[in-house]
Design a protein around this ligand. Structure first.
Ligand code: NAP
Length: 307
């Protein structure tokens, strides 16, 4: 049930009263870390995840468990989802035990998954029809920033709803970028990942090219990362490429999914995406090679020449 008696002026007030229930669905690489930060800041959380064991640590820290997404929505004032693809979100929200069936009383659903804006608009309408509210708030930043509360939230929704959740976003992130109405957060996230994924593909291509003409992988990678021509975010991929081990921070299959969301959106808006489409096919190829659950830096392996 949504309460009207809480105040957001001072985060401590929420911690002290602890009378707001926050729902969190999706405890993967990002969601587990985001939920942990909320719990450690003193919020009361109720969790659901397809694989229950992933909630064990958070339950030990005081979070409650719900057997279905509907139960989360019934008991929470604000519900966050952090899921993978649009079809996974739809599997979680529709149906007898889905999130939407438990949404009522003005409950605010905040979807932080990366999806195309058309889905955010559709789900916002369905949330309204169920008596709830909706904000799209995908994030820029990966596993490390999620652990450290340094994400950037890219947000679409009404000013009032965004203001209402901002103290919670501040617990999980370092900035809240309100980009406009519903869908604008998702649209922004696709633009952000356009540059991220192309930059990663570019570095992978440069290193594999260099090796093909006899350059040393480590020396070349360090040089490329030292120069201003390479995106700084790729510093974190240095050891992965040099050592050839790709411990997952951002799964490659999600990068591919994001390029597909981007492609569909650009088709609808009429924007040409020549470079993104080339990158998308490279990630499709890498996924087909079995690299989908590796970090997206493993796109390098799809290009590297077999010796
Ligand atoms: P992830 O580790 O793959 O976790 C995905 C979550 O979705 C898990 O909770 C998983 O449940 C759940 N899920 C998957 N398939 C499901 C199904 N069929 N039914 C119900 N639940 C299902 O993903 P992630 O890296 O946290 O990313 C989540 C979202 O954030 C994605 O949209 C991604 O593009 C975006 N994102 C990721 C990063 C990053 O660096 N990782 C950064 C920014 C944005 P189980 O635990 O049961 O598998």
């Amino acid at each position: 049930m949504i309460r009207q008696d809480y105040k957001w002026e001072n985060r401590k007030i929420i911690v002290e009263t602890g009378d707001l229930m926050i729902g969190f669905i999706g405890l993967g690489i990002m969601g587990e870390n985001m939920a942990r930060r909320l719990i450690e800041s003193g919020q009361e959380l109720i969790l659901h995840n397809r694989t229950k064991e992933k909630a064990d640590e958070l339950i030990k820290k005081g979070a409650q468990w719900a057997d279905t997404p509907a139960q989360v929505a019934e008991r929470a004032d604000i519900v966050f989802t952090m899921l993978t693809t649009p079809s996974v979100v739809e599997a979680v929200i529709y149906g007898e035990h889905g999130l939407l069936s438990g949404l009522s009383n003005n409950t605010l659903w905040v979807d932080t998954s990366t999806v195309k804006p058309a889905y955010s608009l559709k789900w916002a309408k369905d949330a309204r029809n169920a008596g709830g509210r909706f904000v799209d708030a995908p994030v820029a930043g990966s596993k490390g920033p999620a652990e450290q509360g340094k994400l950037h939230f890219l947000v679409g929704g009404s000013k009032k709803d965004v203001e209402e959740i901002t103290p919670l976003l501040d617990v999980m992130g370092q900035s809240v970028q309100h980009m406009g109405d519903i869908g604008k957060g998702s649209a922004t996230k696709l633009a952000v990942n356009l540059t991220l994924v192309q930059s990663m593909a570019g570095l992978a291509e440069a290193v594999s090219f260099g090796e093909s003409v006899g350059l040393d992988r480590a020396q070349l990678t360090d040089l490329l990362l030292m120069l201003p021509t390479t995106a700084p975010v790729l510093d974190g991929k240095r050891d992965m490429i040099v050592n050839g081990t790709f411990e997952t921070q951002f799964p490659l299959e999600h990068a591919y999914k994001d390029l597909q969301q981007l492609s569909e959106t650009a088709y609808e808006s009429g924007a040409p995406l020549p470079i993104s489409h080339a990158a998308k096919e490279l990630f499709a190829f890498a996924k087909q090679k079995g690299l989908g659950r590796e970090d997206f830096a493993a796109v390098y392996l799809a290009l590297k020449q077999e010796k």
